[in-house]
Design a protein around this ligand. Sequence first.
Ligand code: PXG
Length: 458
Amino acid sequence: MSMVENRSTSEWKDLDRNHYMHPFTDHKDLSERRSRIITRAEGVYIFDSDGNKILDGMSGLWCVNAGYGRDSLVAAAANQLTELPYYNSFFQCANPPSIELSRVLREITQAQFNRAFFAGSGSESIDTMIRMVRRYWELMDQPERQIIIARKNAYHGSTVAGTSLGGMKAQRAQGGPTLPGIEHVDQPYWFGSDQTLSPEEFGLQTARTLARKIDELGANRVAAFVAEPIQGAGGVIIPPDTYWPEIQRICDEYGILLVTDEVICGFGRLGEWFGADHYAVKPDLMTFAKGVTSGYLPLGGVMVGDRVGDALIDKGGEFFHGYTYSGHPATCAVAIENIRILQDEKLVDRVKSDIGPYLQKKWHKLIEHPLVGETRMTGMMGALELVASKKPLQKFDSQQGVGTICRDFLVNNGLVMRAVGDTIVVAPPFTLSYEEADELVNKAWKSLDLTQAAVDNN
Ligand code: PXG
């Protein structure tokens, strides 16, 4: 039963152009084109209004971890909407799904995480985290510790707080001043470096830019370091193995809070429940969203480690922060069911030791293509670097838009992957079958051939 009109494709496209403003879009450019209208989805496939069946190599937007077409998620939402569609968690009220979800999250996270704070999205969870970090240091009688250090090219959402914390230059340059008290250090992007150091040495050196930054700012002014375990939107930047242990050591040495932004890496993407588990670091806070509900309903939040949680409780005083939809019963009910699916179907294990390694093996074969200068993948999150020449290594002029050309060939061949500059990124649902993994890689190869031909003809 759909409440939405059944319109023709051209009608949808016209209405879209005239009335619907898309996120992260050049609105002039889009007004001169037409959108692709996605009408339904099943398993790992999406379908557009022209009837094309497209393999979704991006799990929507890094979120549909359990795949499309899950009746039990629909039922969880419907049952909860019938029972109690909404009530707030302000004024000493709570509802069973939000309490139960907090309990479930405690079970699947590291031992220090005994409490959860809910928000409506990843950006909101970042906002909550920033306010909580600063509140913590106020409570610890060190209110001068306000500076939060993040990384260049990090993505932490697009609200004012997310834009300020994020390290994407073009995004930060828009819209006037960003929040004060935020600094950025280098990202562990070995392929993007001059490659004179070994990846291990490069990982250490990059991590140490954090220590230098703390020294430069004065350790007594620094509140926290925040980073995605693997940078997602920035191009699936997988750090060398030496990076995270050194980051942990530096945070411990200076006593600053360590926050992992698990919006993409959380809920199994790397083959462990959270990216922090994969890298064996012990964060004080973790932000999450996306995969917590496999994207079926919007939910975000912050896992609060005891260091911060105990301070908030022991020291008391109202924390003036929260959202209308903090602990929304229907979104929490969907999250509980989603986590049950991930557990019962052993989907996180599947990423770690079954379909993950299978896809990685196939993915790495793409290095044999003349256009591909590097392949990388951890769990089910990977990237390809498109290059003009492998030896000597030569990248394309970014003006050529080779990544976008490739992305367009991919989708026309029935596969969605994202282009981040000339980096092609992939993050399919955990339910991907072996055959679908083969299809993904075969379509990628074919699209690389077409991209090569288009570049050669230019
Ligand atoms: N943190 C991280 C690490 C993210 O990846 C957010 C925070 C913000 O979440 P919300 O729910 O507010 O969007 C994100 C979101 C892309 C893309 O093109 C990535 C995201 C969002 C939109 C596009 O890769 N990540």
